[in-house]
Design a protein around this ligand. Structure first.
Ligand code: FE2
Length: 326
């Protein structure tokens, strides 16, 4: 059974103690709708799903869970069967945790890089209007957006998505930064150009200079003016725009990147191409952007990335082990 096209990113959970900053950031700047605020969690909407981004109260300033939506019961059974065959443990989530995620039921397992991977079929929907500062967000058959990660075990991470979710390689980008080559593989699960991007440093040992489990999560807005207005709001509120507005070479998305209160970045993008399976041939690009995406006041992690070439100490901390289920 081939499940390509029947898999999409559904939700993201991060842990943070900075609830007020997250409300300013996600709702007032990026235009996500705060749909629920409790002592323990913030929930944000971008469409008719009750929850797409959930911030849970906690000490890690990091992404902890990634929800993956499957088309139906047969797809779920197929994926669980594949996990069984490889001896990968999973468990059914509790009813209480399902409500917290805005889904009817879910299955959970320890995924690559210690992100808890959660499988669900049906989201809980709402008929309430989406109150947002932007025109809206594109989701539908493409899912919530995409995530990008740096990995010390990129081959395993890519194989994980290919083996269990029938991911396809859309294209790759090779970018030279101060003498160090960064290779990024873009994997698609459906017609979205990519749902998961895996970045690695070239060489026998892959370094991971990013503290957080994901480097960025992408949300796709409906209008180019959503990009410019959100960009301006982020600057007005003093959030750190890490990469200025630019156009990506491969998915042709116009976007900018801003550091969230928990350090991982959010990419707000507009108008990426969709993949036509009948015509697509994977290609290799040699730069990330056609124009723009210039770094602004680099964060320590970005400075590190840019200074890889001169790096001769502190390598040990970059070699911490990375969990892989396969
Ligand atoms: Fe991206």
């Amino acid at each position: 059974m081939n499940i390509f096209g029947k898999v999409k990113i559904g939700y993201l959970i991060a842990e943070s103690s900075k609830f007020d900053e997250w409300v300013d950031f996600a709702q007032k700047c990026l235009g996500l709708m705060l749909s629920e605020r409790t002592e323990q969690a913030l929930s944000f909407r971008i469409d008719d799903h009750q929850k797409r981004l959930i911030i849970q109260k906690g000490v890690q300033e990091d992404v902890t869970h990634l929800g993956v939506q499957l088309a139906d019961e047969s797809v779920l059974q197929e994926v669980l069967h594949r996990f069984d065959q490889r001896g990968i443990d999973y468990a059914q989530g509790t009813a209480e945790d399902a409500v917290l995620r805005g889904v009817k039921a879910f299955w959970t397992l320890r995924g690559p890089k210690d992100i808890q991977l959660e499988l669900f079929i049906d989201a809980l929907h709402t008929q309430d209007d989406l109150e947002t500062k932007v025109s809206g967000f594109y989701t539908g058959d493409c899912g919530m957006g995409h995530v990008a990660l740096t990995s010390r075990k990129p081959e395993k991470m890519i194989r994980f998505w290919q083996e269990f979710f029938d991911a396809r390689l859309t294209d790759t980008i090779e970018q030279k930064i101060n003498g160090v080559i960064l290779d990024v593989s873009f994997l698609r699960l459906n017609e979205r150009h990519h749902s998961v991007a895996v970045a690695r440093t070239r060489g026998s040992v892959h370094l991971d200079p990013i503290r957080t489990r994901i480097q960025h999560v992408n949300f796709q807005v409906l209008d180019i003016e959503d990009i410019t207005a959100s960009y301006q709001r982020c600057k007005d509120y003093g959030f750190h725009v890490v990469w200025d507005v630019g156009l990506h070479t491969n998915d042709r998305e116009v976007s900018f990147y801003v550091a969230s209160p928990s350090d991982f970045e959010v990419e707000l993008g507009w108008n990426p191409i969709k993949i036509d399976e009948a015509l697509w041939i994977p290609v290799k690009h040699t730069s990330i952007s056609v124009w723009g995406h210039k770094p602004r006041n680099p964060t320590p992690a970005h400075k590190l990335l840019h200074e890889f070439g001169q790096l001769n100490r502190g390598l040990k901390s970059l070699k911490r082990d990375e969990y892989s289920p396969i």
